[in-house]
Design a protein around this ligand. Structure first.
Ligand SMILES: NC(=O)C1=CN([C@@H]2O[C@H](COP(=O)(O)OP(=O)(O)OC[C@H]3O[C@@H](n4cnc5c(N)ncnc54)[C@H](O)[C@@H]3O)[C@@H](O)[C@H]2O)[C@@H](O)CC1
Ligand SMILES: [K+]
Length: 476
């Protein structure tokens, strides 16, 4: 499939094949923003570039400028626009101490210093009826309204006072044809706009947008960073079992440790972890946290039983320590061709699949190292996600490709792959496949990097497992 085993070259080959994504979701943009910072790009600079880009588009327009700002970085952009216009009324939908980030607060402070001279007027409102005078004035005459209320951080139905401000502006837009409304980055709610100035790439929510480059490098789209982890749904729900259930199908008379390592890693993220294996393995498992399913014999068999058990789980992780022989080949192929939910395929399972009969559906993640990858046969890059482990991990499917740089040489020890497979399955329980594979590669490697600092290369897979919570705590 790929000519060279240099990961960067493979990355570019894949990128070439899957092409460029022209339109992205706000969530994807938020990850790119975060990963630009992970690459060392300063958020104040990005905010300055964003605000300047909007200013350049509207500075020659006739009329009075009124800028509605939220308490997040979309609002921060609005503060920068106000400063460049140097003649505007800024309406903050909230109080100064509610402004969420350093970069937005700094820009608000500058406006306050300037406002003494009267060119910048600032209003802080909690409720829409505090600005009846503004809406009265907007009934006729030329105004440019800038919507810097909500951007890619927008979630769900608009809350007050955003909701009422947007509905008031929509009514005024109907009434006064001279109003010109510009959204910053993403339209707030169902605001009727004349123009959106969006940054870096078009968002799928944008109606009529122009795209402005604000200095975010392409590499911010290509690297796995804190942004991916911050975007994960992890342990959101306090009810037992609601945070995901993972079933590990692995082990054999030859290997009993692999499924346990995968299971222990999964336990750091989800509530319920089951292990289905042969009784020789099950007998050796003393961890009370696992739910155990035992089969007679030396190798996992009995597909019907496995499918029945798997039905009670969100994700199945299959392959760790399964062994490679005719029995496991039959079992794996029949199981995966009848199991329709989320699947992580690792290790021995990768080696025994009949790929010409396999449905590379979206909810499947493969986690091969280079040698195992050569078993996976496909004519074009599949919908299933492949986490190709290496010095640099490459995560890809038919729509995305990213590189993960965390990790180090101490990870070549046996068992590290089992930890990754279990971690991937656990994250996958509540997240989409691509971000799950990116994040588990990142977390696994980041944990190993922390251990390298502490212990040199003499850490074990169990050490990595025990480091996972620290990584999540550090980033989430
Ligand atoms: N590196 C970066 O992060 C950059 C971000 N930029 C701007 O920052 C924006 C993203 O900023 P944020 O992540 O702070 O998010 P937003 O500014 O979009 O949202 C801010 C806050 O609004 C609140 N909110 C969310 N949904 C709401 C709703 N439905 N009703 C009421 N309140 C709601 C939330 O508390 C959220 O934290 C981008 O759209 C862009 O405009 C730009 O400055 C470019 C650089
Ligand atoms: K906006």
């Amino acid at each position: 499939m790929f000519r060279d085993d240099d990961e960067i070259k493979i990355f570019y080959e894949i990128k070439e094949k899957i092409g460029e994504k022209e339109v992205i979701s706000p969530k994807e943009m938020a990850i790119i923003d975060e990963n630009a910072e992970y690459l060392g790009i300063n958020r104040l600079m990005l905010m300055e570039n964003a605000g300047r880009a909007v200013y350049e588009e509207i500075k020659d327009k006739e009329g009075e400028f009124i800028i509605f700002c939220g308490v997040g970085n979309n609002g921060g952009d609005g503060f920068v626009v106000a400063r460049h216009l140097n003649k505007a009324t800024v309406i903050l939908l909230g109080k100064e101490d509610e402004i969420k980030t350093y970069e937005a607060r700094e820009n608000f402070k500058i406006l306050k210093n300037l406002s003494i001279f009267g060119n910048i007027k600032i209003r802080e409102i909690r409720h829409v009826n505090e600005i009846c005078d503004i809406f009265e004035r907007l009934k006729e005459g030329k105004y440019i309204i800038i919507d810097a209320m909500l951007g890619t951080g927008q979630r769900g139905e608009l809350r007050e006072p955003y909701k009422s401000v947007v509905s008031e502006l929509n009514k005024l837009k109907e009434r006064n044809k001279e109003l010109f409304i510009v959204s910053v980055d993403v339209e707030t709610g169902d605001l009727k706009i004349d123009l959106t100035v969006t940054f870096h790439k078009k968002k799928n929510l944008n109606k009529n947008a122009i795209i402005k480059d604000i200095g975010i490098p392409k590499e911010a789209e290509w690297i796995v960073g804190f942004g991916d982890i911050k975007a994960l749904n992890l342990i959101e729900n306090k009810h037992k079992g609601k945070n995901g259930k993972v079933l590990i199908i692995g082990g054999s008379k030859d290997y009993f440790g692999a499924p346990i390592l995968a299971g222990l890693a999964a336990l750091k993220i989800v509530d319920i972890v089951g292990i289905l294996s042969v009784d020789k393995v099950i007998r050796k498992i003393t961890h009370p946290e696992f739910i155990l399913y035992s089969l007679e014999g030396d190798y996992v068999n009995n597909v019907d039983y496995a499918l029945e058990v798997a039905d009670g789980y969100d994700v199945v992780v299959i392959g760790n320590g399964l062994s490679v022989n005719e029995k496991t080949k039959d079992f794996v192929n029949e199981f995966i061709n009848n199991y329709e939910k989320k699947l992580v395929i690792d290790a021995d399972a990768i080696k025994v699949i009949n790929y010409h009969k396999f449905d590379f559906r979206e909810d499947v993640i493969f986690t091969p190292h280079k040698k195992e990858f050569n078993y996976i046969k496909f004519s074009s890059i599949p919908e299933s996600t492949i986490l190709l482990k290496g010095k640099k991990d490459i995560i890809f499917n038919s729509k995305n490709v990213k590189i993960n740089l965390t990790g180090n040489k101490g990870m070549t020890k046996g068992g590290t792959g089992d930890v990754l497979a279990g971690l991937t399955g656990a994250i996958f329980a509540k997240n989409d496949p691509f971000i799950s594979a990116c994040s588990s590669a990142f977390i696994n490697g980041y944990a190993a990097d922390l251990l390298l600092k502490e212990k040199g290369s003499y850490y074990t897979p169990i050490d990595i497992i025990n480091k996972i919570p620290n990584v999540l705590r550090l980033i989430k």
